[in-house]
Write a protein that binds this ligand. Structure first.
Ligand SMILES: [Zn+2]
Length: 427
């Protein structure tokens, strides 16, 4: 029985995008950092395992925030009066430039990490800024928090303000310095190559980053087809391409050379070539519904992409999204899909709570390997939620999930396991 730990409670997880499992008074059996299985009746061979009794509480896989900008947390909820490009120039770039000063990073990054640790998120894909020292500091804090995260020092060497830009050689040199500084430093945090987006990276930088990816096998994260003027701008910068995704793909940085997360993909269905690249190269699309509403970008064709077999997860995209809660992001994804159904495409049915739950757990989790499901061999990430204040009436487990997604503020996280460790117990 060594290392066997059994969580007893009301279990919910997605077996696939079409199948949600709910089990009242079930048993989640784990061994160290791995899931062994979910049972309604505890098998006799586990009868002497250590039971943690969460009777009456919800036990769910951890949630993955597939796209979030840590340095932007300081202005969440502010400046939502613009579309993408003016918003970047007016609010985002001045805010990110401040991280050149490590003392500023030390003042503000701890709050982001603390709030992330106390949220339902167990895994995240995180953008830092162009600054090496502040990025390493953020990674140190994340490692200490117990959350598992891929973090990117951002690359920007054109079309950016004087105080938030590097020379081409400098941005590549700084990326290599960052990677060499942190080599072997972390167990839970890892680097991701992070060109901000095509307009802020020269061809030479893209080539240099592709070379780093080839040498190191690192993944890529970036932005794709978020806004119409951005797409038109990329077309001007790369007139040889048929779609935005090709501007990454020609460097092997859209899933063909290395694993890739592309945030948004709001207009990816307008070019057949782009959908094909996302599918063929098994890119993870990070759907960021609140951000796409706040910056009036649009609503991504999530249901269509799911049906095409494209990998999708959910991102909060703070600070274009205002909250770190994946529950809120899930509710926003459902609501946005209804507006898409009303105004854009009557053929594309709105998303259900079961589907967005799948995206936020198994969908995004798959970027990190066997993560986001309660199946044998998966990593033991779980969030235990006390939703007793939300259950005045007798509700089914699915109804409790629905209510939690819409009214998360009345619930509490009782425990949060990441790779087998309850990280809320750790200071
Ligand atoms: Zn973003």
């Amino acid at each position: 029985m060594e290392g066997i730990r059994i969580l007893k409670g009301d279990i919910i997880y997605s077996k696939s995008q079409d199948e949600l499992v709910t089990m009242k008074d079930g048993f989640l059996v784990t061994k160290k950092d791995t899931i062994l299985g979910v049972y309604q009746v505890l098998p006799i061979e586990y009868s002497e395992g250590l039971v943690e009794d969460y009777t009456g509480k919800l036990i769910m896989p951890g949630f993955t925030d597939l796209h979030v900008h840590a340095p932007q947390y300081t202005f969440r909820g502010l400046g939502m009066n613009m579309e993408l490009i003016p918003w970047l120039n007016t609010y985002t770039f001045p805010a990110e430039a401040r991280y050149a000063d490590i003392e500023y990073a030390k003042k503000v990054y701890p709050k982001f990490v603390e709030d992330l640790k106390n949220s339902p998120t167990t895994r995240a894909g995180i953008f830092a800024t162009i600054h090496v020292e502040s990025t390493e500091y953020l990674m140190d804090l994340l490692e200490e928090s117990g959350v598992i995260a891929g973090v990117g020092k951002v690359n920007m060497d054109r079309n950016s303000p004087e105080n938030l830009i590097e020379e081409t050689e400098e941005t590549l040199r700084n990326t290599r310095k960052w990677l060499s500084d942190i080599d072997g430093r972390y167990k839970r945090v890892f680097p991701i190559v992070t060109p901000r987006f095509i307009p802020s990276c020269t061809n030479e930088t893209m080539e240099g980053l592709a070379e780093i990816c080839r040498e190191t096998g690192l993944s890529v994260q970036s932005h794709l087809s978020e806004n119409q003027s951005e797409i038109a701008w990329v077309q001007e910068l790369h007139p040889d391409t048929n779609c935005y995704a090709q501007a990454y793909d020609k460097y092997g940085m859209c899933g063909s050379g290395s694993k890739a997360i592309m945030a948004h993909c709001v207009y990816s269905d307008q070019r057949k070539e782009e959908l094909e690249i996302l599918k063929k190269n098994q890119v993870w699309v990070a759907h960021c519904p609140e951000s796409n509403m706040n910056l009036a970008s649009g609503v991504a064709p999530v249901k269509k992409m799911m049906r095409e077999g494209i990998r999708i997860g959910i991102g909060t995209d703070v600070a274009a999204g205002s909250k770190l809660s994946l529950f809120t992001a899930m509710a926003d994804a459902v609501k946005a899909s209804k507006m898409r159904w009303v105004y854009v495409d009557k053929e594309e049915e709105p998303l259900t709570v079961a589907e967005v739950f799948y995206l936020a757990t198994a969908g995004g989790g798959s970027f990190f390997g066997k993560v986001g499901r309660f199946e044998e061999g998966y990593e033991f990430d779980a969030v235990i939620i006390d939703d007793s204040r939300l259950s005045e009436d007798e509700l089914s487990l699915y109804e409790r999930l629905e209510r939690l997604v819409y009214v998360p503020e009345e619930s509490q996280i009782a425990a949060k396991y990441v790779r087998g460790e309850n990280i809320l117990l750790h200071k």
